[in-house]
Design a protein around this ligand. Structure first.
Ligand code: SAH
Length: 231
């Protein structure tokens, strides 16, 4: 397979590549994800390099995995499904809230020019920054902080994805969505739904409820910070 991203050498790389092919076919394509570019991004992104070493062999299984600090890397299918719903084009600028391992950000970086990602847990944030740099994901910028304020200097975004669930839709983030943009997020507390929001050319919003999901809760909520997020 052609790759622009230099991958670390390991005797298991070929095995991981085959596990990845299987993952995409059985867990993702056969369940209805059709977007060729999304499937290719999932085939390319080395998920085993985004999980703790002891879970490397489990990286391509059909479930989320613990990444420390009570957080998880999402199930591969959910990553692919949410990414497909965003209908990304190569020139797009995307904001992710909840960097976690950096895996979703890496998948996004295969599809668009610029990815901005925010992580609230400092050690996870630093780890993701180092990892993405080491793996040469130069299109991803990671900021440590509270995603509720978004990334005002880089707004508006063609797409926004949340990988932690707020209790209700954060209006500050909706405001940072470009016209004709799409935002996908899990919403709710005990019961969560995946919601897709489309902002049309006239700025009006359309909500679609997609499926029941289970994400870690979004923490933070810096309601005291001014709208532009500067301190
Ligand atoms: N997208 C990640 C999955 C992350 S799990 C991946 O591919 O690995 C959700 C992440 O959201 C956690 O790391 C959690 O710390 C983070 N998070 C929760 N609330 C947040 C907030 N207010 N701002 C930024 N990140 C937040």
């Amino acid at each position: 397979m052609e790759s622009n991203t230099p991958q670390p050498e390991s005797p298991f790389e070929e095995q991981f590549r085959r596990l990845r092919e299987q993952m995409v076919l059985v867990q993702i394509e056969e369940r209805g994800v059709r977007d060729k570019r999304v499937l290719q991004a999932m085939r390319k992104t080395p998920r085993h390099l985004f999980v703790p070493d002891e879970y490397k062999m489990l990286a391509y299984r059909d479930h989320p995995l613990a990444i420390g600090f009570e957080q998880t890397i999402s199930q591969p299918y959910i990553v692919a499904y949410m990414t497909e719903q965003l209908q990304l084009a190569p020139g797009d600028k995307v904001l992710e809230i909840g960097t976690g391992s950096g895996y979703q950000a890496a998948v996004l970086a295969e599809l668009v020019d610029q990815v901005y990602s925010i992580e609230i847990i400092e050690p996870l944030c630093r780890q993701a920054q180092d990892r993405l740099k080491r793996l040469h994901y130069d299109r991803v910028s990671v900021r440590c902080g509270d995603g509720y304020v978004g990334w005002p200097e880089a707004a508006p975004f063609d797409a926004i994805i949340l990988t932690a669930a707020p209790a209700s839709i954060p209006e500050t983030l909706v405001a940072q969505l470009a016209v004709n943009g799409r935002m996908i997020l899990p919403v709710g507390e005990e019961r969560q739904e995946l919601v897709l929001i489309e902002k049309s050319a006239d700025g009006s919003l359309h909500h679609h409820t997609l499926l029941p999901v289970r994400f870690v809760p979004m923490t933070g909520g810096s309601h005291s910070l001014p709208e532009d997020g500067k301190k």
